[in-house]
Design a protein around this ligand. Structure first.
Ligand code: SF4
Ligand code: SF4
Length: 354
């Protein structure tokens, strides 16, 4: 069943919109396929991926597979994430092999399993779980880093005492590939602005491909309250100038990017940032929370009187799903995350009405 514009706009209007994020920098195509499959089963309105042709192909394949299994599922929109200049969503860890002592301290810290231990003796079989529960790695085991699995959360950095890990900015997409991405099946785009509003305007006015749904990400990590408002007003003005005042779009307010897998809750950051622009919400301008968002964030925002239209759940969802072993359990977990998020918000809404 195709997710029509009427359908997802209604979800935004009813404060029910759920975007599930695979990762703007994640380029491991099997991982993209796996999560797109679980996120489709979960009922995601949008699945957010890196802006590569093969990322779109992988997501498309997984969505079709999930819908073939359950024809009642609504087809999520595929959203490609692009950056204007440096952005925390577009960075990856670079491993300095000369400094690395293969101490393995970083291995358990990565929610994306980007660090693995392979046994050369047993034909490169992944022994990560086994080794981590034993005192030391045997000599014939080798530590590997898989950069395509890194989505830039930074959780591994404090674990390395040997200065072997550092961030490298990573511009993931080619501006002239947008038409191809759309033809392959991407119907939504997210533009990460940072604080360079002039560069954003230039990019947006020159963007020839028009996507069905557009989202603009602004973040409290790069902007103070005044800058968040200025960026929001610039986005509204720029979209209206290009497309008129009837085009609906999303402003995604980011708190602490990619922190949903952290032990401590960080979603108050995006809630606070959204409070500073919520009065700019309108019939066409929808506000969505991101950055440390969990299944509880919708309720938390509602309890604080913040009626956002949607949430974007990324690292938290991927971590919860990857903690399950079987395919069926992973599907159930994915469904639970979106249902819990929606039900809690609905429940609270009813209590407020009463
Ligand atoms: S913690 Fe640092 S030194 Fe140890 S395995 Fe990881 S990258 Fe190498
Ligand atoms: S930044 Fe995050 S995803 Fe990337 S390797 Fe480190 S822990 Fe893994």
């Amino acid at each position: 069943m195709l997710r029509t514009k009427t359908c997802y706009i209604k979800r935004l209007e009813e404060n029910q919109f759920h975007k599930l994020i695979i990762g703007a920098a994640l380029k491991d195509y099997q991982t993209i396929e796996d999560y797109a499959y679980y996120f489709t089963h979960a009922g995601a309105d949008v699945i957010d991926i890196s802006a590569f042709p093969h990322s779109v192909i992988s997501a498309r394949k997984a969505i079709e597979e999930a819908i073939k299994e359950n024809p009642n599922l609504a087809e999520p929109l595929i959203m490609v994430s692009v950056n204007i200049g440096k952005d925390p969503h577009f960075r990856r860890i670079e491993l300095n092999e000369e400094n690395c002592t293969e101490c393995l301290a970083c291995v358990p810290t990565c929610p994306s399993d980007a660090f693995v231990i392979l046994s050369e003796a047993s034909g490169s079989q992944d022994r990560t779980d086994e080794i981590l529960t034993s005192p030391a790695a045997p000599q014939d085991d080798k530590f590997f880093y898989k950069p395509d699995l890194c989505f830039g959360c930074g959780l591994c950095l404090p674990s390395c005492q040997f200065e072997a890990l550092k961030f490298k900015n990573w511009s993931a997409f080619e501006p002239n590939s947008l038409q191809e991405l759309q033809e392959l099946g991407a119907s939504a785009i997210e533009i990460h602005l940072n604080n360079d509003l002039e560069a954003f305007k230039t990019f947006y006015f020159n963007m020839e491909t028009e996507f069905e749904l557009e989202s603009f990400c602004i973040g409290s990590a790069q902007m103070n309250e005044l800058e968040l408002r200025e960026a929001t007003l610039t986005i509204i003005d720029t979209v209206e100038t290009k497309h008129g005042s009837q085009k609906p779009f999303i402003i995604q307010v980011d708190g602490r990017p990619m922190s949903g897998a952290s032990k401590n809750s960080t979603d108050q950051n995006c809630i606070d940032a959204a409070k500073s622009i919520i009065d700019l919400q309108s019939e066409q301008v929808f506000i969505q929370l991101a950055g440390g968002v969990t299944e509880n964030t919708f309720q938390k925002a509602f309890e604080q009187g913040l009626k956002v239209n949607g949430v974007a759940i990324g690292s938290y969802a991927r971590k919860q799903i990857s903690n399950r072993n079987s395919k069926d359990d992973r599907i159930k977990e994915a469904i639970n995350i979106v249902q819990n998020s929606s039900n809690q918000r609905e429940h609270l809404g009813q209590m407020i009405k009463l």
